[in-house]
Design a protein around this ligand. Structure first.
Ligand code: UFG
Length: 333
């Protein structure tokens, strides 16, 4: 299939492009490098020994989008492009609503114009807000706690309305849990700007000596050891989930949401211990106050993805910790 990947140079996007090329799809990437690095394109080619089309630009550029669809017979779009930092979205809500919503609307308008109705959308488990029960199933009530999450939920709503307007639409809402790790080549991985907000990028910077110690946000949650529990998924497993999702949308119609996680919850201390063991390092840490907005526990029921996408995550928490660190060691400079 010919697949347009928006935000294909980003963390999850780049790993997905690798898996799409490995599965012999034709890929066109559009990215404006607002939160990614051009060298990633070279590394994707090095890993896969395959080529793809790259177009530098923003989805807010309607003429650019129109040209892409005019010049290519696209079968499916995977839409990753968008701002994704929770804290930043609280400080700059308009920037998030403007960029994430408008670019998606432009993309959908062009898809309609060129009668391309197959889409996999990069959503997030953040749409479940504070879950009322665990594990989280796709039919649970949705609500959000920050503007970033609200943009994801608003886009899911738009996509549901779109399907009601035209039954040809086939859309997979892919709700990611906590993607971590890196490609086993060590060539592509997560490269946050500035001091990382998320757990794994923070731990790797402590391990490599860039940061002094990890601050664990609370050890008084109602969890097995008091620290927060999440469903961490290896980014390569997540990327493979997208390959399954495009096959699904290509053969079905309607809108379906899928949890992409492992179904297993690990605490912050579990991650620290695993990281120390597999990488033979020590992670100094200190327990501090809870982080505002954090929930105690979050993990997925992954039955639906297994059944309908014929996909499930395979890599272990040790794989995730090892690959995340190897990427940093290889890219220290
Ligand atoms: N944590 C720490 N110290 C840190 C960073 C995180 O103790 O320095 C803890 C958090 O309190 C939490 C766990 O590690 O218990 C995971 O935190 P992350 O920031 O890595 O991830 P979140 O679960 O908070 O958020 C992630 C994504 C969001 C997405 C959400 C969906 O970052 O984009 O999952 O579930 F919306």
């Amino acid at each position: 299939m010919k697949i347009l990947v928006t935000g294909g140079a980003g963390y999850i996007g780049s790993h997905t492009v690798v898996e799409l090329l490995n599965a012999n799809h034709d890929v066109i990437v559009v990215d404006d490098f607002s939160n990614s690095n051009p060298k990633v394109l070279k590394y994707i080619k090095e890993i896969t020994k395959k080529d793809f089309v790259f177009i530098e630009g923003s989805l807010l550029d309607k003429a650019l989008l129109d040209n892409i669809f005019k010049n290519n017979k696209i079968d499916v779009v995977i839409h990753f492009a968008g701002y994704k930092a929770v804290g930043e979205s609280v400080k700059k809500p308009l920037m998030y609503y403007d960029n994430n919503l408008i670019s998606t609307i432009y993309l959908l308008e062009i898809m309609e114009k060129y009668k391309v109705y197959n889409l996999a959308f990069s959503s997030s488990a953040t749409v479940y807000g504070t879950p009322k029960k665990l594990p989280i199933t796709e039919n649970m009530t949705l609500h959000t706690t920050n503007p970033y999450g609200t943009t994801k939920l608003m886009i899911e709503t738009i996509l549901n309305d779109l399907k009601k307007s035209n039954e040809k639409w086939s859309i997979a809402l892919l709700r990611y849990f906590n993607p971590i790790g890196a490609h086993e080549s060590g060539l592509i991985g997560e490269e946050p700007n500035g001091i990382p907000n998320n757990l794994m990028p923070y731990i790797v910077e402590v391990a490599s000596g860039k940061l002094k110690e990890l601050k664990i946000f609370g050890n008084d949650y109602d969890t097995k050891d008091g620290t927060g529990v999440r469903d961490y998924i290896h980014v390569v497993d997540l990327a493979k989930g997208h390959v399954s999702a495009i096959n699904y949308v290509n053969n079905n119609v309607g809108v379906e949401a899928f949890n992409l996680g492992t179904g297993i919850g690990y605490s912050v201390l579990d991650i620290v211990k695993s990281f120390e063991r597999v990488n033979n390092v020590t992670i100094p840490y200190k327990i501090v106050e809870r982080r505002p907005g954090d929930i105690a526990e979050c993990y997925a029921d992954v039955t639906k993805a297994k059944k309908m996408l014929d996909w499930s995550a395979e890599k272990t928490i040790d794989d995730m910790c090892r690959d995340a660190y190897q990427f940093i060691l290889k890219n220290k400079d």
